[in-house]
Design a protein around this ligand. Sequence first.
Ligand code: PMP
Length: 455
Amino acid sequence: EAMDTEAKEALLEKDRKYVWHHITPHNENPMVVVSGEGSWITDADGNRYLDGMSGLWCVNVGHGRTEIAEAAAQQMKTLAYSTLIQSHVPAIELAAKLNEWLEGEYRIFFSNSGSDANEVAFKIARQYHHQRGKPSKHKFISRHRAYHGNSMGALGATGQAQRKLKYEPLGIGFTHVPPPYCYRCPFGQTKGSCETQCAQAYEDAIMWEGPESVAAIIVEPVITGGGMIVPPDDYLAKLRAICDKHDVLLIVDEVICGFGRSGERFGHHNYGVRPDIVTMAKGLTSAYSPLSATAVSAEMYDSFKTNGADSHFRHVNTFGGNPVSCAVALKNIEILERENLVSRSAYIGKELLSRIETLGEHPNVGEVRIFGSAIGIELVEDKLTKEPAHAATVAAIIAGCKQKGLLIGKNGDTVPGFMNILTLSPPLSTTDDEIAFIADTLLQVFEAGAGEDGR
Ligand code: PMP
């Protein structure tokens, strides 16, 4: 299976010369991935790795699904492209299917990426307020630590300073509130015995900014990329009530949490809340084809029909909602339904958690957090002081797992020293044997790592 040495070296030579990598732009020796099957990927040397992060939290149905490839090929042969200035069958069917999944009435605007979907949400929110004679409502409030995308507006909503420095000024009108981070509560409270001050912080921010200037708040059901921060149970419902009180829209970013990752079809279903706008990408197609969607409540949509051309949403996207991506999404959702992967997701998370329970006693494990099948392990140098684990401690565990054939992730905050949360979010099709492999590998690596160097 391994590529011969010369061929691989030639490939790497080209990579070094021509490819600008994401995150690690000057990676001189990147893993060259050549194929994927189920939960596994294979590199050019023939090494197999369990894809413990589903790529970037996106390959929900697992790799190598030939029926998705066939659906894409069939659609390409029938109609490879049409705009959504007109309409086409896969987009119509997909928009209807998404309404079923959302359990509410929404109009669906298609684009290509999670960042796109959030930009669309921001523009629609502002125009909606214009349409209702409240043009001063233009600001957005999000959380520190949150990630909402790489474009100027979505990066504006992102609450991690180091991702923004050097690119500012970004989209104007974004402010941030502290995250609902119980392990390091920004309000000095203790989990389970607080009054959800983190939700109240949203109302305070709305009041400080002036409710007449605030268009919307945007949240992920849990902050995934910023450290797997799971809020108190009543947090999202409180935000809904605050939004209603101040005529502020609630945008829920389901780019990662959607399509089963949370153990429900959408993350917000765990909290019984109805958003005004839902953005989605990644798991919508399980990353087999680029596609994203911004679902806008039917009530909001109605205001875009009232004034003829004056109320049109002036936003065109050439590739957004193209027939091939929509056909891929439909097949992907069919698989999620047929194989019950949403409930499988909840099962995977619970099963993994029970198998790694003893990790909680490890001196470097501050807290283990879970949301559906996604797990975050917050590493510390000292359980009492909660000093974040040093980069070397985090790197050693990731490297140890990789050496044993398990790829896991890390995240947190880009503030130096806070990239201390290990993340695990395997495909929702992960088998029982694979769950055991993931858990055993983690346990072994943590055990081996507890050496004299403080690990
Ligand atoms: N929102 C969230 C919560 C995300 O995690 C991401 C990407 N990781 C995005 C938006 C942006 O998605 P994309 O990379 O497709 O633009």
